[in-house]
Design a protein around this ligand. Structure first.
Ligand code: HEC
Length: 125
């Protein structure tokens, strides 16, 4: 009986710690982030440049053998469109059947928005 009680307490403590950790994570973007995020930094931190190229011309080494090719952001038309909300959703959901992976849950939302603005800028949009 004692052991079971100890185990129960340990499990509850662990769950509490996880809850606290998650709570902190969720608070961080709204508390500090928005103004400070540099889309260019997100672009290289998450290796977008390895496929899309440093200048967004779709000429990164890791994208050379992909079919379809990574988007050249200066292309006049993009598969899913170039308004900010669409680009954010493309980055979150990826493009099925291509090398463009879904980044939802990988990159925090505020950083996705920053990198979306950055790729639009690289494309002159
Ligand atoms: C492994 C290579 C690869 C990486 C890394 C990669 N992409 Fe892509 N991306 C692609 C490919 C390939 C496409 C084109 C898919 C298609 O045309 O169907 C694409 C398409 C896109 C598009 C869609 C444009 C459109 O046509 O609607 C955007 C925006 C984009 N990528 C942004 C990013 C961002 C931001 C990152 C980094 C967080 C990133 N990509 C990382 C390969 C990559």
């Amino acid at each position: 009986m004692k052991n079971i009680q100890k185990l129960t307490i340990a499990v509850l403590l662990a769950a509490g710690l996880v809850a606290v950790a998650c709570g902190k994570k969720a608070d961080a973007p709204t508390a500090e982030a928005p103004a400070a995020i540099d889309g260019a930094e997100v672009y290289t931190t998450y290796a977008c440049n390895t496929c899309h190229g440093d200048k967004g011309l779709g000429d990164g080494a890791a994208g050379a053998s992909l079919n379809p090719k990574p988007r050249n952001f200066t292309d006049a038309t993009w598969k899913n469109g170039t308004d900010l909300a669409t680009v954010v959703s493309t980055i979150k959901n990826g493009i099925e059947g291509s090398g463009m992976a879904p980044y939802a849950g990988v990159i925090p939302d505020a950083e996705i928005e920053a990198v979306a603005k950055y790729v639009l800028k690289l494309g002159g949009k």
